[in-house]
Design a protein around this ligand. Structure first.
Ligand SMILES: Nc1ncnc2c1ncn2[C@@H]1O[C@H](COP(=O)(O)OP(=O)(O)OP(=O)(O)O)[C@@H](O)[C@H]1O
Ligand SMILES: [Mg+2]
Length: 199
């Protein structure tokens, strides 16, 4: 939904990450989701969740200012590795993810899109959850806003595919798929992508 830039905060003289809502997503629903992402994430203070510093709008461009995490996302790490991570590493990442996720759930929120590209591993080995673009209050998790099922298909839990009410178990299903049990160690996800026959 956004583009993320490495930027310099000119007054603080420090690197920050700037997520900008891409211009063709400027309708009210996307703006609302973008602001919800910033507000929800900023409620969470936890070492395993990326820190939001600010959110704003300039010349009709919406942006989120975040802590810059120097490192790689988990998808990039697995790709560079060219195969499953050693199980101890995978387990360590899973533990930190679970810890960050518990802080998300403690705020009554569901992340709904935990996947390798939304997990950053810093050069200092710190693991941080990010990208709260699909976040929802748990109490409202059956409302998609548009009546559209949301998520990243290959990582979706069964209840997401059927549009049923979600709860924190959906996020827990995602971290199990992403980090350890399936994709990184055994290299398969819940679903295989099949080429659809021409209709
Ligand atoms: N704070 C950050 N520090 C460093 N890199 C970041 C940061 N936030 C995002 N990134 C990088 O940018 C990528 C995209 O960020 P994010 O997932 O928030 O955007 P997105 O628009 O939702 O992307 P996607 O649709 O691919 O999930 C991340 O996978 C990560 O590699
Ligand atoms: Mg993302």
């Amino acid at each position: 939904m956004g583009e993320v830039y490495l930027a310099e905060h000119l007054m603080l003289h420090r690197e920050i990450a700037l997520k900008v809502l891409i211009p063709d997503r400027m309708n009210s629903e996307h703006v609302e989701r973008f602001l919800r992402e910033a507000r929800s994430c900023s409620r969470i203070e936890h070492p395993n969740v990326v820190t939001i510093h600010d959110v704003g709008e300039e010349n009709e461009t919406y942006y989120i200012v975040m802590q810059y995490v120097k490192g790689k996302n988990l998808a990039e790490i697995v790709q560079t590795q060219g195969g499953p991570l050693p199980w101890r590493t995978a387990l360590k990442i899973l533990r930190y993810d679970a810890s960050g996720l518990a802080a998300v759930h403690k705020q009554g929120l569901l992340h709904r899109d935990i996947k390798p590209s939304n997990i950053m591993v810093g050069d200092d080995s710190r693991v941080q959850l990010m990208d709260f673009g699909l976040v929802r209050d748990e109490a409202q998790s059956d409302l998609t806003g548009t009546g559209v099922i949301m998520g990243t298909p290959i990582f979706m839990a069964p209840e997401q595919c059927t549009g049923s009410k979600l709860d924190r178990r959906t996020d827990i299903d995602h971290i199990g798929q992403n980090d350890n049990l399936r994709q990184n160690l055994r290299r398969f996800t819940s679903f295989r992508l099949l080429k659809l026959p021409n209709l």
